[in-house]
Each structure stands twice: as C-alpha cells, then as structure tokens.
Design a protein around this ligand. Structure first.
Ligand SMILES: Nc1nc2c(ncn2[C@@H]2O[C@H](COP(=O)(O)OP(=O)(O)OP(=O)(O)O)[C@@H](O)[C@H]2O)c(=O)[nH]1
Ligand SMILES: [Mg+2]
Length: 208
C-alpha cells in the first residue's frame, strides 16, 4: 500500500493522574470531550495525520497512565519518543510541583534530544486556579521548553500545542538531515543565478 505520510513522529503524554492527558488526546484526535474520569490503565495511543508546511506528518501519540503503579510500563515508552508533552492541571498545585519529577523521569529514560513542551491544562477553570500562568511560563523558561495553557474541555490551544511540538521536531530533523547532506561545494553543474533562498521550513523554525 502506498505510504500516506512523509514523516512519522512518536509523541508521549506524561503527567499526574487526572490532569487531563487522555482528554487532551481525545480532543486532538476526535475533537470531543468526556467529563467522566476513566483513569488510563497502562498505556494507549491514538493517531492523527496533520499537514505541516506541505508535508504529511503522521502523529502516533502515546497516552500514559499517571498512576504510580504503571510507572514500569509507561517509562518503557520514553525511549522511542521524539516529543513529550508534560501536562499539569492549573487547579492542582501538586500536579505542577510534580513536573520536576516528570522531567527527571525524562532525563533518566528518554533520548537526550527529545523535544519537550509544558502544558497547563483545564485553563477554562479560572475560578479554581492554583497555578498562575506566569509560574508555568517561568518553569518552562527554566527548562528551556515551550509552554501553553490548554483546555481539553473548552478546546483551547490543544491543536496549537501538538502542531507546535510537531513543527519543532520537524525543524530539528530537517536541520539534522541538511547537516548530514551539506550542499556540495566546488563543481556545480548549474551556475547559480539566484541567491540561494533559505528553505521555507527554516522561517517557521523557532531557534531557541
Ligand atoms: N474542566 C476541565 N476538566 C477536564 C479537562 N481535561 C480533563 N478534564 C477532566 O479531568 C478528569 C481527568 O481527565 P483524564 O484525561 O482522564 O486524566 P488523565 O491525565 O488521563 O489521568 P490518568 O489516565 O489517570 O493518568 C476527567 O474527569 C476530565 O473530564 C479540562 O480541560 N477542563
Ligand atoms: Mg488517562
């Protein structure tokens, strides 16, 4: 069967139980939301193929259980991840404090160059907020990663978050591919009449 995508990216969602990882993924993959809490058993995944700067990117997104008792199973999936969403709940201080432990888990189990992003979920519950947006932003700066507040329920920033993470992975990958295959110097078959334009994807890269 013909390949229906250009790249396959494996992503992982991690964070405390109840922060809304499964709902974020459900919003992204089915554009739907469920208020009943069915805690994830072990691990699950969903697929969505997106269009990014003219390329078809198949996202295989692994949704991990936040509960401690599944930690052995879930950490086994860190190694293959190209991008990881760290999720906390803006109405649960503890889930924010635990982000540093989730970061440690990544450092111990994932590839060193894995792309990371911090998400403060349930952002439509402003009246129950325990973690300010500024604290989320500061923590992300500390780790040198991007940050967004999301709401799976109100459908805020969910698509944006996945597109941003996917774009950053794509940029990194294409830069690496270019570094491995530098344009040949010396004997050029065709004279260059036009100044070389930067590849279109470069302008979309975030270089911090
Ligand atoms: N108000 C609000 N509730 C949300 C939001 N996202 C998830 N929830 C609720 O939070 C509860 C937990 O959501 P899940 O997505 O199952 O949490 P999880 O992080 O997958 O939890 P584990 O699978 O145990 O790790 C559910 O009752 C959801 O309906 C949101 O954006 N806003
Ligand atoms: Mg879940």
């Amino acid at each position: 069967m013909a390949k229906t995508y250009d790249y396959l990216f494996k992503l992982l969602l991690i964070g405390d139980s109840g922060v809304g990882k499964t709902c974020i993924l459900f919003r992204f993959s089915e554009d739907a939301f469920n208020t009943t809490f069915i805690s994830t058993i072990g691990i699950d995944f969903k697929i969505r193929t997106i269009d990014l700067d003219g390329k078809k990117i198949k996202l295989q997104i692994w949704d991990t259980a936040g509960q401690e008792r599944f930690r052995t199973i879930t950490t086994a999936y860190y190694r293959g991840a190209m991008g990881i969403m760290l999720v906390y709940d803006i109405t649960q201080e503890k889930s924010f404090e635990n982000i540093k432990n989730w970061i440690r888990n990544i450092e111990e189990n994932a590839a060193a160059d894995v792309e990371k992003m911090l998400l403060g979920n349930k952002c439509e519950l402003n009246e129950k907020r325990q973690v300010t947006r500024v604290r989320g932003e500061q923590l992300a700066v500390e780790y040198g990663i991007k940050f967004m507040e999301t709401s799976a329920k109100a459908s805020i920033n969910v698509d944006d978050a996945f597109f941003t993470l996917a774009r950053d992975i794509k940029c990194k990958m294409e830069k690496r591919m270019e570094a491995n295959n530098p344009p040949k110097g010396g004997h050029q078959l065709k004279p260059q009449v036009e100044p070389r334009k930067a590849p279109s994807w470069l302008s979309k890269c975030n270089l911090f």
